[in-house]
Structure formats: C-alpha cells, structure tokens
Write a protein that binds this ligand. Structure first.
Ligand code: ATP
Length: 236
C-alpha cells in the first residue's frame, strides 16, 4: 500500500470543475513532482490533500487512513504538512516565532528539537532568528516557509511552488535543500513546480496534469527525456 494514495479525486469550485478524477501515489521516501500549465489543478490537488479545499468525491489515503475532507489540523497531526504557494510567512513576527507556529500541534520539547533541526538545516535562519520575517530576502522567506512546514516533523511534506519569484541561483539552493531534507531526514516530499526541469532533477517520479486530469506519469528521468514534456514544460 502506498504512503499516500489519491484515488479518483474530484474537486469543484461552484460550477468550475477543477479536478476531474485524479489518481496518484507517493511511496515512502520518494520525492514526487506535479507539473502542468497554469490552471491545470496542481494547487487544488495539494490543497485538497491538506484539507484546505473540499473534495467533491474520491479517496485520499495517508498511511492507510482516509483523510479526505478531514480538518487541516487533524491532517497535520497525522504527519502531513503543506508549505503553501506564495510563502505566506507572518511579516511582523520574528523568524523564530514563525518557526514555532509550524509546531503548534507539538509539545514544548518537540518544538525545541524542531528549532534545533531547522537551524541545523538552515543556518541562515538561526543568524536571523530575531529579525522580523518580512525583512528577510525572498529566498530567505522561502527557506523559512519550508523550515516552518518541517517544524511539525511531517512524514510527508508538500511544497507548493517553492521557487516562485526567486532568482535562478537561489532556486538551485532551495532545490538542494529539499533534496537534503529528503535524504537526511527521510521525509517524503510532494512538490508542485512551474520550474519543472529543476524539480524533476531532484525527483524520483513525476505526474503531468492537464485540465484537472493526469496526462502522463513516469520516472523523473524519463519525463526529462520525453519530447512531449520537453516541448510543453521544459522550454524545448
Ligand atoms: P498555477 O500553476 O497557475 O498555480 P494550478 O495548476 O495550481 O495553476 P489551480 O490553482 O489548482 O491550478 O486551479 C485549477 C482551476 O481551478 C483553475 O481553472 C482555477 O481558475 C480554478 N480555481 C482555483 N481556485 C479557485 C477558487 N477558489 N474559486 C474558483 N476557481 C478556482
């Protein structure tokens, strides 16, 4: 049984049918990327898994448990956390306070362990722990968003567009960090990315979404080689 198994998922926003029967699986320890054009349904898929958007029908099994339409908080405490699109750090709060918010489901000792772990993976954040998060650079804010999602010590970390709005050199850093988190902590990662090439380069497998359905799935290496994928999503 897969670690995460989404079966025949449908999501509507009123009359808009955003997701029309998506099935996908993520195995423990994998990095899996969802790619696709604007509006294909990548964010909707992630948000529905995280419980932020309601599923119209379908099943979402996480570690064998049905989580479709459970409350976000409950899903986080089962070990699944989402770093949402557009960073969304709390600008007036310090770096440390932002990190602590990520551990709201955990005990005081766990919070401290989480902070130590975040500072080990992201030394920049420790240097800046008292600084207001809104004054961090874009790349630093993105690191903070990833580190905050890790504070709940998730078994499965979902990242929505971690490279959004960042300079190419910083994007490379972010992807290296994601790979490092996966390798050092064994955290399973589900990634949504416009920057398909770099995302696939650190991934084991990928799914291509087109208008609310899965058009193609394969190993990341094969997707990177595929003419169709190169033309449509990797800039030729
Ligand atoms: P992008 O790469 O542009 O972020 P995406 O693949 O993540 O796109 P979604 O954001 O999941 O796509 O959107 C899928 C479809 O659902 C789009 O047609 C979008 O306009 C629509 N949609 C998303 N959120 C809402 C909402 N809150 N209300 C109405 N329609 C929505």
């Amino acid at each position: 049984m897969a670690f995460l198994s989404v079966k025949d998922l449908y999501v509507n926003y009123g009359a808009i049918k955003a997701i029309q029967g998506i099935s996908l699986e993520v195995e423990q320890g994998e990095i899996v990327t969802l790619i696709g054009s604007n509006g294909a349904g990548k964010t909707s898929t992630m948000n529905t898994i995280a419980g932020l958007v309601k599923a119209a029908s379908g099943s979402i099994l996480f570690k064998g448990e049905e989580i479709a339409n459970k409350k976000p908080k409950e899903i986080v405490s089962l070990g699944l956390s989402l770093s949402p699109e557009g960073r969304q750090v709390f600008p007036q709060m310090s770096v440390k306070e932002n990190l602590e918010l990520g551990a709201y489901t955990r005990s005081k000792e766990d919070k401290e362990e989480g902070l130590a772990n975040a500072y080990r993976l992201f030394p920049k954040l420790e240097e800046r722990k008292s600084q207001a998060a809104g004054t961090l650079s874009g790349g630093e804010q993105q690191m903070l968003a990833v580190a905050r999602a890790l504070m709940s010590k998730p078994d499965l970390l979902m990242l929505d567009e971690p490279s959004l709005g960042l300079a190419p050199l910083i994007i490379r850093d972010i992807f290296n960090l994601i790979r490092q988190v996966n390798q050092e902590t064994g955290t399973t990662v589900l990634l949504v990315e416009q920057n398909a090439k770099m995302a696939l380069e650190i991934s084991h497998r990928g799914y291509v979404l087109e208008t609310g359905t899965i058009a193609l799935t394969d190993t990341a290496a094969n997707l990177l080689k595929s003419d169709k994928v190169r033309e449509a999503y990797l800039g030729g």
